[in-house]
Design a protein around this ligand. Structure first.
Ligand code: HEM
Length: 137
């Protein structure tokens, strides 16, 4: 996926709308039961995805290969499972706890993958940057 950064940017702003919207609703209704869901939408989608997007935009070679696609897919899928399950759990359905657990591991694994991508693509940054400059000249 060449424009993995664009997809992350788009999901990030949608997440901001949903997360902040939930914050507004919580305030209006004076019911803060779902405050952890609000916090996780804002932090996992709005903040984290925006940061992933900025990184992929700043370091284009990090988008090469299949790993960024797996990072994107696993991250989005895990979050889409985690947040509704977390909401159900907070609303009293304890049976979804194992789903929350598995999805949390999915989110963490996607972060592990991102950490690998960041370290791999920045390890030899100087040499690679110089080569890119020579190519462009
Ligand atoms: C329109 C914007 C926002 C509104 C109206 C809003 C509203 C709220 C409300 C009403 C609470 C519950 C407070 C309480 O429990 O007494 C809350 C908690 C919280 N919010 Fe927001 N918020 C907004 C944006 C954000 C953003 C952008 C972030 C993070 C990037 C964020 C992170 C948090 C966190 C970490 C908590 C604590 C959650 C917890 O106690 O479990 N909020 N917010």
């Amino acid at each position: 996926m060449k424009r993995v950064s664009d997809r992350f940017f788009q999901l990030a702003v949608l997440g901001a709308l949903v997360g902040m919207g939930l914050g507004v609703m919580m305030g209006k209704n004076e019911d803060f039961t779902l405050a952890p869901v609000h916090a996780h939408i804002n932090l996992l989608i709005w903040v984290s995805m925006f940061l992933y997007a900025l990184f992929y935009r700043a370091v284009p070679k990090a988008t090469a290969g299949v790993l960024p696609v797996i990072h994107f897919g696993l991250n989005v899928l895990s979050i889409l499972v985690l947040l509704p399950a977390l909401a159900m759990m907070l609303l009293g359905d304890k049976s979804v706890a194992p789903i929350v657990g598995v999805a949390s591991i999915g989110v963490w694994t996607s972060m592990l993958l991102f950490a690998f991508i960041v370290i791999k693509s920045t390890w030899k940054a100087e040499g690679a940057d110089a080569a890119e400059t020579r190519k462009a000249a």
